[in-house]
Design a protein around this ligand. Structure first.
Ligand code: MG
Length: 366
């Protein structure tokens, strides 16, 4: 099978509300890129990548556009079903920029599934649960309002939450206390600082968090800072932004620096590489949050496929963001049910692009 055409569109994904991270980062809409890869077998696959603004990971929407324009012409004629080779070809054409390659890799998995007549979740190992639980991100806000957000999400069926902290330590201590007081028995609460505390700030906040039953995610920017904080804190810790390669994961595991890891498709370069992280984490006994920076229907379908083929005990969490966007770009998008999702049953991701809604493509290579 050979690639004959690669088309890309950009689309706005409104969130319906302002969402705030630490450090003044806020968003209400995301700039996503949808990719369709067509083949000489008449089979086409869909991919998508959507950075969380330009100041979250080293990725930005215009970088997706220029990155695709750089490598897509050189991928015509490649076999999308030879996915490992396809990834090595992409890595040979463009150093780094895993987020650009993520969209193309996702499209290859969709093609492989359609060619095999199987859903991607089957190709990735098969369903290991009826559905996977989602968490509700809680926007950075005043302590009382964050507790109120949790109550609202609970009413929709959520029992997992990720409150965004990482502000002034004095206020964060109040946030953690309000959040812990609002949490019900059996709920999972992961307070994500998104790397915004200095080590002395993290140590003050975490000292006050002792015994509250909360998880802490990415307290500081660098791995070394997170490790330093970890050595002074006995509660469970998740690492995210600083674990962006297999050597980083292996080092963190050897150092005992984490209790769970956050794997994002576009952070590591797509499903092929995320599957490698997933399989390694299963063998090492590291629970995983499996998600992406942002995205819509196609990113959601890929996440659901990887998450549902992961042993439930090792699937720590999955964000709800991709399943709750206010704009559908495909027919067949996965809809959450009481805070849970399942991969589609159709071949590939089981999605059909709403091409007519997308306007002129930003890239059409053939
Ligand atoms: Mg995180």
């Amino acid at each position: 099978m050979k690639i004959t055409r690669i088309t890309a569109w950009r689309a706005d994904l409104p969130r319906g509300r302002v969402f705030r991270l630490s450090g003044g980062r806020q968003t209400s809409s995301f700039d996503t890129t949808l990719v369709r890869v067509e083949t000489d077998a008449g089979i086409a696959g869909l991919g998508e990548v959507c950075p969380l603004g330009s100041a979250y990971l080293p990725a930005y929407a215009a970088g997706v556009h220029t990155g695709l324009a750089e490598i897509a012409p050189q991928l015509l004629g490649e076999d999308p079903t030879a996915i490992e080779r396809f990834n090595r070809t992409m890595d040979g054409l463009l150093k780094g920029h895993p987020y650009v390659k993520s969209a193309l890799d996702l499209a290859c998995w969709d093609i492989l599934g359609r060619a095999a007549g199987l859903p991607v979740v089957t190709l990735l190992g098969g369903r290991q649960a009826d559905a996977v639980p989602l968490y509700q991100p809680i926007s950075h806000d005043a302590p009382k309002r964050m507790a109120e957000q949790m109550a609202g999400a609970r009413a929709e069926g959520y029992v997992r939450f990720q409150p965004k902290v990482g502000g002034e330590p004095e206020v964060d201590i109040l946030r953690l206390r309000a959040i812990a007081a609002a949490a019900k028995e059996g709920e999972l609460v992961v307070c994500d600082a998104n790397g915004s505390w200095l080590t002395h700030e993290a140590k003050r906040v975490l000292q006050a968090a002792r015994g509250l039953g909360l998880y802490i995610e990415q307290p500081c920017l660098s791995y070394e800072e997170c490790l330093s904080v970890r050595r002074h804190y006995d509660g469970p810790m998740v690492l995210d932004e600083c674990i962006d390669s297999l050597p980083a994961l292996l080092r963190a595991h050897a150092d005992g620096a984490l209790d769970a890891v956050n794997i994002k498709l576009s952070k590591v370069g797509g499903l092929t590489k995320a599957r490698l992280f997933r399989d390694l984490c299963v063998q090492l006994g590291i629970p995983m949050t499996i998600e992406d920076a942002e995205g819509g229907d196609v990113v959601g379908a890929a996440i659901a496929s990887l998450a549902q083929s992961t042993p439930p005990k090792l699937l720590f969490s999955v964000a709800n963001a991709y399943f709750t966007v206010k704009r559908q770009t495909t027919d067949g998008a996965i809809v959450p049910d009481r805070g849970r999702v399942a991969a589609n049953r159709g071949p590939g991701y089981g999605l059909a692009l709403r091409e007519g809604d997308l306007g002129a493509p930003l890239l059409d290579i053939r």
